[in-house]
Design a protein around this ligand. Structure first.
Ligand code: GAR
Length: 190
């Protein structure tokens, strides 16, 4: 399975995925890292893993449609079969969804359908929930609405700061995402 990771920022999830591919825990080839920010830290991580990196920004295009068309061209050029969103902070448009039906996976830092959107951890923290977590799901045309593949729960202790909760969420993400991707890639091999 030829996978591409799309990421916008730090890239800690990219890092654990790249490591799991390197150790053959995920039976796949990581053929591309794409970022929609030229200066995203994730690109430095990609270079360290010697994975082909590409980046361009929405503002370099006349509209979102031409940005997505360029992204689709890149994914085709690398013969990508599975698109893995890891902190990619954009809605996926119709063209990409049609080209990769049930082939785009996302990780969200809350127990969907609760707290969708850009600030899943903070929104759950400010709502004062005792339990939140992580969701991995297939991407559809909604915002964080596609079919759920797996969830991991995180308990919020009374004394937890927002930073504590972020740390707990990322720990679960870093365990769960490689596991789920390994399962997806294995079931595709059968
Ligand atoms: C992760 O917590 C991921 O769940 C979240 O962005 C973070 C990226 O961290 N994604 C979303 O909020 C998507 N709506 P990373 O860059 O260190 O992997």
């Amino acid at each position: 399975m030829r996978i591409a990771v799309l990421a916008s920022g730090n890239g800690s999830n990219f890092e654990v995925i790249a490591q799991a591919v390197k150790e053959k825990k995920i039976p796949a080839e990581l053929v591309l890292l794409f970022s929609d920010h030229h200066d995203a830290y994730v690109l430095q991580r990609g270079q360290r893993f010697e994975i082909p990196c590409e980046s361009f920004e929405l503002k370099e295009f006349s509209d979102k449609k031409s940005y997505e068309a360029a992204l689709l061209d890149v994914l085709k050029r690398y013969d990508v079969e599975l698109v893995v969103l890891a902190g990619y902070m954009r809605i996926i448009g119709k063209e990409l969804l049609t080209a990769f039906p049930n082939r785009i996976v996302n990780i969200h830092p809350a127990l969907l359908p609760n707290f969708p959107g850009l600030h899943g951890i903070k929104d759950a923290y400010e709502a004062g929930v005792e339990e939140t977590g992580v969701t991995i799901h297939y991407v559809d045309s909604g915002v964080d609405t596609g079919p759920i593949i797996a969830q991991g729960k995180v308990q919020v202790a009374k004394e937890d700061s927002l930073a504590d909760l972020e740390r707990k969420i990322h720990q679960v993400e870093h365990r769960l995402y490689p596991e789920v991707l390994a399962e997806i890639c294995k079931s595709d091999e059968k």
